[in-house]
Design a protein around this ligand. Structure first.
Ligand code: PMP
Length: 453
């Protein structure tokens, strides 16, 4: 696999990486014969090492290379990888067994913790993942309102189930777009794409009030994590309430990350239903739907009326519950300082890197909200030729190779998360690595032809 001609800094970095991560390269080839792993195999030109272990903010691959991690389990590990309190809770639980199916004793305390995170969380239901939570919340909204259509916003992600993979291009919003193949056309009937951040969405909601059961909205989109003051979200909520359309606030990424009370607290929102996942179980799989008692009753009506189905073999499993209890108790106890410190560390990271890139007139920026950030290449939205598109892709791949070569792992989705385990020195290291990766790519002329938009 090692290239024969070493023409550019990119070639040098890539060949160094390939040599250092030779077991990952070999395993990726072997894997492709028997398994389909989109995360590991489809890394584009930037090689993704195969990982063996992780602790704090560091992750180690199967060749024993250590990196400072910015993926952090897709943002699930707010307290770092393998935090002591979660590890202790899991060890204690392993001795007692790990999936009962029946209710377990930690669930009540966990539901109380979730309900303490926001005034709208009057009751909580435990699920196995974020996607299960959003699909379940949509079903509950339909049952409660007796209406079928759910409004979803451009640029949104609500998990890997069919209904959340229908969206629209922000410029041609009436045309529905499926993310990938295999989504039944019939589902288009019950999904209404709306433009995120727009007031045109408000009029559409008013027009569709008789068929729209709910809208589901990410308070900060992972696809574009920008800071804002919540005005648009509060206006959206007022329009929905005025129209009898429920608001499902998808806090799978923002819950327990923007604040202990998530975006609900940060932006003073009062949604009807809230979905959680990610941070809540400290890296273990879990999700939750919380919300108003009258709506949540659809899952377990007191009388003989039919219920809304919810449940899965892993929903509320005892291992995830133990991890979630340890994580959420810690976060609630330290919320007054922990979130400020984490946000300040991320501010310092993005401001320093962006200042250096701005000084170099670099077509690249870190967008940020709280401790979520995204690497954005400011390349044109449309390309004059395939050659220009290839140039843009090459520039991005080159940047990633140099970043990895400098010991930083960022998922190719380009969204990163800081954790409480990243120290001041780690942040300094990331700042140097990010600006160094850009300088190396620029020295190869990668960004020279890219006109910024
Ligand atoms: N909603 C949002 C906002 C998410 O970011 C995600 C995951 N990235 C999901 C739902 C789905 O969660 P999971 O991957 O746990 O199914």
């Amino acid at each position: 696999m090692i290239r024969e001609s070493l023409n550019s800094r990119y070639d040098i970095a890539l060949s160094e990486l390939e040599a250092r991560t030779c077991h990952s390269w070999k395993m990726r080839l072997d894997c492709s014969k028997v398994m389909t792993d989109v995360v590991t195999i489809s890394g584009g030109a930037s090689p993704q090492p195969i990982m063996r272990s992780a602790e704090g903010c560091r992750i180690t691959d199967i060749d024993n290379n250590q990196y400072i991690d910015l993926c952090m389990g897709f943002g699930t590990n707010l307290l770092g990888h393998k935090p002591h309190i979660v590890q202790q809770a899991l060890i204690a639980q392993i001795a007692k067994g790990w999936n009962f199916g029946f209710s377990n004793e930690g669930q009540l305390a966990l539901a109380e913790l979730i309900c303490s995170a926001g005034a709208s969380n009057e009751r909580a239901l435990l699920c196995g993942s974020g996607a299960e939570a959003t699909a379940t919340a949509m079903r509950a909204a339909r049952a409660y309102t007796g209406k079928d259509v759910i409004g979803v916003f451009t640029g949104a992600y609500h998990g890997g189930h069919d209904q959340s993979l229908i969206t629209a291009d922000s410029e041609h919003v009436s045309q529905k777009v499926h993310i990938g193949l295999g989504i039944p056309l019939a589902l288009d009937e019950v999904i209404e794409p709306l433009v995120y951040g727009s007031s045109s969405a408000f009029q559409r909601i008013r027009d569709l009030r008789h068929s729209l059961a709910a809208i589901i909205v990410e308070p900060v989109q992972s696809s574009e994590p920008k800071s804002h003051d919540g005005t648009w979200l509060r206006d959206l909520q007022s329009v929905c309430h005025e129209c009898g359309v429920l608001v499902i606030l998808d806090e799978v990424t923002t819950g327990f990350r923007l604040a202990f009370g998530g975006a609900q607290e940060r932006f003073s929102l009062s949604p009807d239903l809230v979905t959680y996942g990610k941070v809540m179980a400290g890296g273990l799989p879990m999700g939750s739907v919380a919300g108003r008692t009258d709506i949540m009753k659809v899952f377990a009506p007191k009388d003989e009326s039919p219920a809304v189905f919810s449940g899965s073999a892993f929903g509320g499993n005892v291992m995830s519950v133990s991890a979630a209890l340890a994580t959420l108790s810690f976060l609630r106890e330290h919320k007054d300082t922990l979130y400020n410190d984490l946000d300040s560390a991320t501010d310092r990271l993005t401001k320093s890197v962006n200042a250096r890139w701005a000084a170099a007139n670099a077509p690249i920026i870190l967008e940020q909200c709280s401790s979520i950030f995204k690497l954005v290449f400011k390349t044109p939205k449309t390309f004059a030729s395939k050659h220009d598109l290839d140039d843009a892709r090459r520039a991005e791949d080159t940047f990633f190779v140099h970043l990895l070569d400098r010991g930083i792992t960022l998922h190719t989705s380009r969204t990163g998360y800081l954790s409480t385990a990243h120290t001041h020195e780690d942040v300094d290291f990331i700042i140097e690595a990010m600006s160094g990766a850009f300088n190396e790519s620029a020295a190869d002329g990668c960004f020279a032809n890219l006109q910024t938009s």
